[in-house]
Design a protein around this ligand. Structure first.
Ligand SMILES: [Zn+2]
Length: 64
């Protein structure tokens, strides 16, 4: 990420209940795995926790 681009957190809401992850009791941690962006999330509203990956390339089998 170059310093000139405006920084924006793309993930804002819990994928389980839709509550905002930006409140102070929830946790949203962004890190990088190679070229991909990973978000670790913990939702204080429903206790869902997990990781979501923003990927730049998909390798998938040919669909029938
Ligand atoms: Zn939730």
């Amino acid at each position: 990420m170059s310093g000139k681009e405006k920084y924006e957190i793309k993930l804002k809401y819990c994928p389980n209940c839709g509550e905002s992850l930006l409140n102070s009791r929830s946790l949203l941690n962004e890190y990088w795995i190679s070229n991909d962006i990973a978000y670790f999330c913990y939702c204080s509203e429903c206790s869902w926790k997990g990781e979501i990956l923003e990927i730049h390339r998909v390798t998938a089998p040919e669909l029938a």
